[in-house]
Design a protein. Structure first.
Lengths: 275, 383, 304
């Protein structure tokens, strides 16, 4: 199909783009081991001392804890609502079905600042004081669609005749769910949940509008970056984040049947939505 | 929890009804505390950088058990945005004069009992009940420190040494100039024009009629291509002078001190046209979660020793003249250097930040440009 | 005791059976049970929030106290679309231009890579590449921007590299060019993955057929691959475009004088002039609505 030269050209291009994607990550990883508190290049002395400093930073720890709590709560909500919505959409045909899909998709199709600003106006008018729950609500709005997409994709691949067969054999709804639907669904839920958590854990724009005086990990990083404070600690945190993202991405990759579509999560949402 | 659930009922009850929640007014003075209770173990402050510097805050934390969590602001607008836009959760805000009255009238801060601040009675008379934090005898906070916005320059690169603000409006140092990213900079331009273009008839750099305002904005628009950048946080400003990217600019004394401490050849001056400046107040927010720690900090920050330390960290002048000997002890001659020995005349030479409003303080006019006009103009200059 | 437990379990099972047969006979009931909670939550929170924002964009804020004045007015929109002071139009224009530039850049960078992944690379290379693209997407967005602030800084790795080649410094720090590079960088995976997904679905036989019919590589690309992959590009562009339209962190960290985007203005004024911020936030909503409508028109959605 393509000439040999084209193939080589494409290969070189691919290598360059992958390098473009990775060099910044590598550089940050290197800075985490920079002994000097000043960010100069090339790095002349190496040390792991900033890992200790970061580990003992109380504020960093409380930010991390808040991020994890928010991520777990938002993921739980997303799992429940996303799964319900995907069952409704997959198993039934009804008027307004497309509009509902579209509504669920909006929070990630529209810029984060819209979600943030909208929730901010809403909370301020409703007189809702900012708390961990305002952040959770903000995050859940865009996490739902990730779970929804993963579960929907899985349901589409599961033949409805399996459920019918189970019912014909005398199983009630619960048993069918427990022994037929659940086993086919569980990995999609884990994958969707992991991705929802990762999205929430990384979110900064929606958070700034819904957090008030609270500090999540991304807000901690942003504040320090803007004010040029504690950059060595930020480097360590950045390195740790790069390292720890490997885990959920890898796991969710392994858990999804058509791995590749599901792992893109946010990205393929538009595509799967409108299939 | 209860409150939240109730709010959700409101939500369901209907959007429009909910949107009509009336705006808060000035908070009532009813329930002033009469004594400071035990600390709550934490204190959240929205501050100007180093206003709770560990060099003097550590001791406070040990004494009271109130662990300080700080968030630094780069401008009064940012402070207002964060506190007014849902900053419940913060206890104290170190508001400058251009934000303090907005906080009071927006209902974001509450009155404080100055009798609980032992050092308050020693304050310079002008800072006991200044109009920017005291209304009809009600104190909305405790005065803190005050100082000038200065002209900084690199002594190796800028020769001869500048004496006028004209240096940051001239193309001589194109691409090497840095100024703050803050709408209140319009006042700096107006102050310069007040002296260099008397025909405009500028009386007060914060009370500008349209032609005066337009002239200041035009000057700043011409300045923009000469700039390296607008800095938002002191650290950005410091970095630019440290790397040698910036030679000259408008700054706070904090940056000059920090740079000099790390042996960067910089100096700051008060140019001949005069300067703008700030007079700050620790203000207690409505619904502060840790009011006792907040009171404890306000009392602590007013003591002579702490006033002296903070003054020399940031490069500003205490409101408590008893700080003088402590300043001299830390750095010889610094009390006189920061004009605490003759504060009245010095304070007069600084045009303190205040919120621009429609009512001009002169000539009975009501067509001065207000805060929103300043914000819009700043967006049109920088954006 | 045991009997009781058994009876209890029996009645529990009975209830369950009754419930499931009720749901089985009345599927609409099941639909309602499944659909109401997520839709109600979305309408009560998300749609209501968008509504609140829209409503407040027709009010004004007090200049001094920022209190919201509940009188209906188009003042905010007048300020945005003012021709006598086109500040906000200019900023909107810059934002949209930046979003377009980033989208085009990402499409150009992504397409050959996605093609290589989908059609040329072997199984193992493909899954390796997949992870190489996916990991940057999921590693912290802030961290990736931050890395560029160090790379582009005056004494950073980029200038060190250029000087090593005997070239002068690249003056990219605090410029719009820097924003363009960083935006293109952070959103790139969002473009690669949908294009890859689209290309992967093109059956190899189609390409063979094209070749058998005598089409050369370039003709096959133009007439077969591009039309089939285009919906993927559009899907990716929705992300690159939308994310750039709403971002304010990148301008803050790598931009300079004259780098403000819509997001910066919205976030700066969100408390002091909430009504204006709400109105200005409607601009990206409008732009995205147009963009998605256009994408639909182009058949991007049906084809996917």
């Amino acid at each position: 199909m393509e000439s040999h030269a084209t193939k080589i050209g494409l290969g070189v291009w691919t290598a360059l783009v992958v390098a473009f994607l990775w060099i910044p990550l590598v550089i940050i990883a290197l800075y985490a081991f920079n002994a000097s508190p000043i960010q100069s290049w090339p790095i002349t002395s190496w040390s792991t001392k900033w890992f200790g400093v970061a580990w003992h930073d109380d504020f960093l720890r409380s930010s991390l804890r808040l991020s994890i709590e928010v991520g777990l709560a938002a993921t739980a909500i997303a799992l429940v609502l996303g799964t319900m919505a995907s069952f409704a959409i997959q198993r039934f045909a009804f008027f307004g079905r497309d509009s509902i899909s579209f509504l669920l998709l909006l929070p990630i199709a529209l810029p984060g600042i819209i979600t943030g600003m909208a929730l901010n106006s809403f909370f301020s008018f409703a007189g809702v004081a900012f708390s961990i729950w305002t952040i959770v609500i903000g995050h859940a709005t865009f996490c739902v669609v990730v779970v929804y997409n993963n579960v929907l994709a899985r349901l589409r691949r599961t033949s409805p005749s399996l459920v019918e067969a189970s019912m014909d054999l005398g199983a009630d709804g619960w048993q069918t769910f427990r022994y037929v639907t659940w086993p086919t669904l569980s990995t999609a839920l884990v994958a969707g949940g992991l991705l929802a958590f990762a999205l929430s854990f990384d979110e900064v724009i929606v958070t700034t509008f819904t957090a008030g005086a609270q500090t999540t990990l991304p807000i901690f990083i942003l504040d320090n970056l803007r004010q040029g404070q504690q950059l060595p600690v930020v480097n360590v945190v950045a390195f740790a984040i790069i390292l720890f993202t490997v885990i959920p991405v890898w796991v969710s990759q392994r858990l999804t049947v058509g791995g590749e579509t599901a792992a893109g999560g946010r990205v393929t949402a538009v595509a799967t939505q409108t299939e | 929890m209860r409150k939240r659930i109730r709010s959700w009922h409101v939500v369901l009850a209907g959007l429009v009804a909910m949107l009509a929640v009336p705006a808060a007014g000035v908070s009532k003075t009813s329930a002033l505390p009469t004594k400071i209770g035990p600390g709550e173990g934490a204190l959240k402050v929205m501050e100007w950088g180093q206003y709770t510097d560990p060099s003097f805050a550590k001791k406070f934390e040990q004494q009271t058990g109130c662990k300080i969590q700080r968030k630094d602001a780069g401008s009064s607008n940012e402070m207002f945005n964060i506190i007014h836009g849902g900053g419940n959760g913060y206890d104290l805000v170190s508001a400058s004069g251009d934000a303090s009255l907005r906080f009071i009238y927006a209902g974001d801060v509450v009155p404080v009992n100055v009798n609980l601040i032992p050092s308050w009675k020693d304050f310079l008379p002008a800072f006991k009940s200044p109009p920017h934090n005291t209304i009809k005898g009600v104190h909305y906070g405790v005065s803190l420190q005050w100082g000038p916005n200065t002209l900084i320059y690199n002594t190796k690169k800028v020769k001869p040494a500048p004496t006028s603000w004209s240096a940051i409006y001239s193309p001589k140092y194109k691409g090497k100039i840095s100024v703050p990213n803050n709408p209140i900079q319009i006042a700096d331009a107006a102050l310069y024009l007040q002296k260099t273009k008397p025909s405009l008839g500028i009386k007060d750099p914060y009370e500008l009629t349209k032609p005066q305002f337009d002239a200041a904005v035009t000057l700043l628009k011409k300045q923009k291509p000469l700039l390296l950048r607008y800095w938002l946080y002191p650290a950005d400003d410091e970095k630019d002078f440290k790397t040698g990217d910036a030679f000259i600019g408008a700054t706070w004394p904090l940056q000059t001190l920090t740079l000099q401490a790390s042996k960067v050849p910089v100096k700051e001056i008060i140019p001949k046209e005069g300067v703008t400046g700030w007079a700050d107040t620790w203000m207690l927010t409505k619904n502060a979660p840790h009011p006792n720690c907040a009171y404890r900090w306000m009392a602590y920050a007013a003591t002579p020793q702490v006033q002296a330390k903070q003054a020399l960290v940031f490069g500003e002048t205490p409101v408590n003249p008893k700080a003088c000997p402590y300043m001299n002890k830390i750095q010889k001659g610094s009390c006189a250097g920061y004009h605490l020995s003759a504060p009245a005349a010095y304070a007069k030479s600084i045009r303190f930040w205040k919120t621009p409003v429609k009512t001009c303080g002169w000539g009975g006019r009501t067509d001065c440009k207000d805060q929103q006009a300043w914000n819009n103009a700043w967006a049109s200059i920088t954006g | 005791m045991a009997v009781d437990a058994a009876r209890e379990a029996g009645s529990f099972r009975g209830a369950r059976l009754r419930l499931s047969s009720v749901l089985w006979r009345r599927p609409w009931l099941k639909l309602v049970v499944l659909l109401v909670p997520p839709v109600a939550a979305f309408v009560a929170v998300y749609a209501a929030s968008l509504g609140a924002m829209l409503v407040s964009s027709f009010w004004t804020s007090d200049s001094f106290t920022a209190a919201i004045v509940h009188t209906w007015t188009l003042d905010q929109y007048r300020a945005i679309f003012s021709l006598s002071d086109p500040t906000y139009l200019r900023i909107a224009g810059r934002t949209i231009g930046m979003a377009a530039a980033v989208t085009v850049t990402d499409a150009i960078l992504a397409f050959p890579l996605a093609f290589f992944m989908a059609k040329i690379a072997g199984r193992r290379t493909r899954s390796l590449l997949f992870v190489m693209v996916l990991l940057p997407l999921w590693s912290s967005y802030l961290v990736r921007i931050y890395s560029w602030t160090t790379i582009l800084s005056k004494s950073g790795p980029l200038n060190w590299f250029l000087n090593g080649l005997g070239l002068p410094d690249a003056q990219l720090q605090f410029t719009n060019k820097a924003m363009w590079i960083v935006f293109s960088y952070v959103w790139l995976p969002f473009m690669i993955l949908p294009i890859y997904a689209a290309l992967e679905r093109i059956p190899g036989s189609l390409l063979e057929a094209s070749r058998d019919l005598g089409a050369r590589g370039s003709r096959t690309f133009r007439s077969v691959i591009l039309p089939l992959a285009f919906p993927g590009v559009v899907a990716g562009s929705i992300f690159t475009f939308s994310l750039t339209l709403g971002d304010y962190i990148t301008p803050l960290l790598v931009g300079g004088p004259g780098s403000s985007l819509i997001g910066n203005i919205v976030s700066e004024q969100s408390a002091s002039n909430l009504t204006f911020a709400a109105a200005y936030a409607m601009v990206p909503v409008g732009v995205m609505a147009l963009y998605i409508a256009l994408a639909r028109r182009l058949g991007a959605f049906e084809a996917l």
